[in-house]
Each structure stands twice: as structure tokens, then as C-alpha cells.
Ligand binder design. Sequence first.
Ligand SMILES: Cc1cc2nc3c(=O)[nH]c(=O)nc-3n(C[C@H](O)[C@H](O)[C@H](O)COP(=O)(O)O)c2cc1C
Length: 192
Amino acid sequence: MPGDDDPLHVAVIIGSTRVGRVCDTLGGWFAARARRREDLSVEVLDLAGYTFPACYPDESTPSMRHFTAAVGGSDAFVVVTPEYNRSFPAPLKQAIDFAYDEWQAKPVGIVAYGSGSCGHYAVEQLRTVFSALHAVTMRDWVGLDLLGAGVDECGRPRDTDDLLRAVAALLDQLTWWGRTLREGRRRQPYAS
Ligand SMILES: Cc1cc2nc3c(=O)[nH]c(=O)nc-3n(C[C@H](O)[C@H](O)[C@H](O)COP(=O)(O)O)c2cc1C
């Protein structure tokens, strides 16, 4: 079991599985920024890399168990998600629903984007979902408009001062909550 001073294990979840998606580019960019911090150990969970069942099965499949084990082994999460019709993509909801206890008493940061919006609706819907799972979403989030000047034609964000400040705020909050909740979970079982 890691000690209080050990790096926080952060899972960056790539929330779009769409063919031709930009989510992997954005998620890779964010993970690289997060890896600059010595207090974090960053793992990328790409939902496109799992073969999840189309229908929720009676018994969990190996891919479901693989994903929930990765969630259970993480101290904190950053969900990278596009906005789809004022929400977030269905494959992301499917994956979130595969786990329950594994999310509890852990912090969730959000990097959202859209075309014409910065993914605000996706963020608010994720807040509702994660509160049902006893996870806590960070107040500050990173929002990107793919049609704006802050993102290049490949979907890679330009590292402006404003953007890097937003990334730092999200990671600072995630780290505070992550360390505090990791210690809290060690001291006593969560009262779910
Ligand atoms: C089904 C669908 C719905 C979308 N709805 C929105 C939306 O509500 N607001 C928005 O700003 N962009 C919307 N978009 C544009 C996406 O943000 C854009 O296509 C983005 O590249 C999707 O992320 P992805 O490429 O990682 O899948 C939508 C795209 C799709 C495919």
C-alpha cells in the first residue's frame, strides 16, 4: 500500500471512442502535462482499448474487470471528454457504470471540449453522475473550443498562459483532494 508521500496515482480516461476522434490527442497532451509533476504517477485509460459488451451482462466480462480494477487502483481521475448533444459520449457513461465502489471517495477532474462550445454541458452532466458514485468533481476544469484559436488543426492545444494556468489549477485541486481522500480512506472505511 502506498504511503502518504507516495505519488498520487492518476488515471486519465480518454472518453471518446469515435473513429477519427481528437480525444486521444487531447488526452495525450494533458497526460504529458500532468507527468511533469513529480507528485503524480499518470496512467492513461483509453476506452477504445477495451472490448466492452454491447449489453450490460449478468456477469462482468474480463474487459469490464480490467477496467474496474484500473479504476480501483487509482487515487484520482481526469476524464477527457467531448460534448455530444449537450452531454458526454455514451461509451464513457457505459464505462463509468461498470464500476461503483471503485470510484468512491476519490476526486475527478474534467478536461472538456466541443465545436463551438468548451464542453460545459458535458462537465455539468458528469458532475451529476459522479456525485451519484460518491466521487467528488473538481470545481475548476479545462475547457477547449476546437473551433477557437486555442487548438491547432490536429486538435492539439496551444500552450497559452491561460490554458496552462487552468491545467495547473485543476491538477492542484486534484492533488489536494487526492492526497486528503487517500489518507481518509486509509483511516476509516468510507460511509457510503
Ligand atoms: C454526436 C455528436 C454530437 C455533438 N454535439 C456537440 C455539442 O453538443 N456541442 C459541441 O460543441 N460540439 C458537439 N459536437 C462536436 C464535437 O465536439 C467534435 O466533433 C469533437 O471532435 C468530438 O470529439 P471526438 O473527436 O474526440 O469524438 C458533436 C459531435 C458529435 C459526433
